[in-house]
Design a protein around this ligand. Structure first.
Ligand SMILES: [Zn+2]
Length: 313
């Protein structure tokens, strides 16, 4: 009876699993603050992807840990960058054709300073240069799509980057590559563990000049408006559980496909409670995911994707 009258459903095809690709071979390094999540060399990432495909997951979201970083973040658009190599490897395996492979587009994993854009310094003062940054982000998006990304996902939150990326993709014969924009991304304490996973913590300052204030729902709607107007095909919102009302408001207002990112801190705090026996893992995990779907997300990026797919069978 409960199954018959259930209003909200979760299925593996609506779940996306993030992968952190690092240099080397046979590397499988667990992230200390995210039990069960690893930095993976390309060969190991292919194995992980095969497990995801076998579980029926909808897709993967790729992040890169380059061997070297520089001031501009040139690893983001290097044709032989770590994610570009990973994309070519994943796309050469037929068993992975069922997975939508999404490439994160940002500079923070590749810049020596860890910011998402170009930094202009003047003594102790610094500023993130919006317009110089979007030209580099567009280059990165073209490079990732050329290497085989099915979707590019700009996560930087610079203004005007979706339009710049769309123009650059179209000019490069990649008009069929959709953009999943992180349109509503709040400056959040819940990103902490990710910065260890992607080795992308800012070396100075913080990201509040380009990420949103968690107190602002209407501003989130304006950011989504802007990204859709610039050509975003799908919208991603993060974090998820502390912002379910924002997801609900977006669902009521927009017809575009909406995704939510259950971020690292949401995962880590549940894992910490599981480790202490304070919460029942399977029930708490599934309840957290269903709440995000009920709020209105079509798909969910989650570090629980594989575990949840196992439960769903
Ligand atoms: Zn970034």
């Amino acid at each position: 009876m409960r199954a018959l009258v259930r209003e909200t459903h979760l299925h593996p095809g609506a779940l996306i699993y993030p992968l952190f690709i690092c240099p080397g071979e046979g590397v499988r390094k667990e992230i200390s603050s995210m039990p069960g999540v690893f930095n993976l060399s390309i060969d190991e990432a292919v194995k992980e992807a095969e497990a995801c495909a076998a579980l029926g997951l909808g897709g993967l979201l790729l992040f890169g840990l380059p061997a070297e970083k520089d001031e501009q973040g040139s690893g983001a658009w290097d044709a032989d960058g770590i994610v570009q190599q990973g994309l070519r490897a994943l796309k050469s395996v037929r068993a992975l054709d069922s997975l939508v492979v999404i490439a994160d587009v940002c500079l923070c994993e590749y810049t020596s300073h860890g910011h998402c854009g170009v930094v202009a310094r003047d003594g102790g003062h610094y500023e993130i240069e919006n317009d110089a940054s979007i030209a580099l982000l567009a280059k990165a998006a073209v490079s990732l799509a050329t290497a085989g990304a099915d979707v590019v996902a700009p996560s930087d939150m610079m203004d005007g980057r979706v339009e710049a990326i769309r123009e650059a993709l179209d000019a490069s014969g990649l008009s069929g590559t959709p953009i999943l924009s992180y349109a509503s991304k709040f400056a959040s304490a819940f990103y902490g563990p990710f910065r260890e996973a992607a080795d992308s913590a800012p070396q100075f300052g913080d990201r509040r000049s380009y990420q949103m204030d968690g107190a602002n729902l209407r501003e989130a709607m304006r950011e989504i408006d802007q990204d859709i107007a610039e050509g975003a095909d799908m919208v991603l919102m993060k974090p998820a559980m502390p912002y379910l009302d924002v997801i609900r408001a977006a669902r009521e207002r927009y017809d575009v496909p909406l995704g939510a990112y259950q971020v690292s801190g949401e995962y880590s705090m549940l894992q910490a409670a599981f480790a202490r026996g304070w919460l029942e893992p399977e029930r708490a995990m599934m309840e957290s995911l269903i709440s995000i779907r009920r709020a209105g997300a079509d798909f969910i990026v989650s570090y629980f994707a594989k575990d949840a797919a196992q439960v769903l069978g």
